[in-house]
Design a protein around this ligand. Structure first.
Ligand code: GRF
Length: 212
């Protein structure tokens, strides 16, 4: 069982998807803790309901990013975390933290990276007249929304789409893709070579990957 720590700041719908997946008896990963930098993040309710240990580390209580991250590291170590999943975690992590967790730290982003890093991805995708969008799960590198891409799931942009309707369609893809990627990592199917990810095994997700 791969021990997973999930970092959130808000709603936690991706956390919920991971929790639901981990309920399956044959799922090879276990969420050992959920950590939020926002003390009243709604996602924490989901973790508590699933009896997963919850920690809140309010970044405002720390003098520096480094001090905040030291506290974070301490908790991740306490729960024996082997893979950190960012799931709507809204703090930038320092190169030091990212390097320390290199290749053991992944993020989900609601666009087909490298298109539209940062915030307001759906607004940007609509403004650009994109015909497809989707989500990306990638290993984290110091630069925001950057790093070796593990998987992408594509969805259409439909005529008349609003930010909300596109966000909902992308989110549905996120909820399918994130647990599948964690499963692939836990099963040892995900390898990085020269900053490119290679997925082994007979994964349906690997076959449905959309390359931008
Ligand atoms: C998701 O769209 C994710 O891709 C992005 O932040 C959002 C988090 O949503 N990084 P939730 O908190 O998982 O519902």
């Amino acid at each position: 069982m791969l021990k997973v720590g999930v970092l959130i700041s808000g709603r936690g719908s991706n956390l919920q998807a991971l929790i639901d997946a981990a309920h399956a008896p044959d799922y090879p990963a276990k969420i050992t803790c959920v950590i939020s930098n926002v003390p009243d993040a709604p996602g924490l309710i989901r973790a508590r309901a699933a009896n997963i240990p919850v920690e809140t580390i309010d970044h405002r209580a720390f003098k520096s990013r480094e001090a905040f991250e030291q506290a974070l590291d301490k908790k991740l170590t306490k729960y024996g975390v082997e893979l950190v999943c960012l799931a709507g975690f809204m703090r930038l992590l320092t190169p030091r933290f990212v390097t320390n967790w290199r290749d053991r730290l992944i993020n989900i982003h609601p666009s087909l990276l490298p298109a539209f890093p940062g915030l307001d991805t759906h607004k940007k995708a609509l403004a650009a007249g994109m015909k497809t969008s989707g989500c990306t799960i990638h290993f984290v590198r110091p630069e925001m929304d950057h790093g070796p891409i593990i998987a992408q799931m594509e969805v259409p942009v439909l005529p008349g789409d609003t930010e909300e309707s596109l966000a909902a369609r992308v989110l549905e893809a996120e909820h399918k893709a994130y647990p599948e990627v964690v499963r692939l990592i836990a099963e040892g199917h995900v390898n990085i070579h020269e900053e490119q990810v290679f997925i082994g095994g007979d994964s349906a997700l690997a076959k449905s990957v959309a390359v931008p």
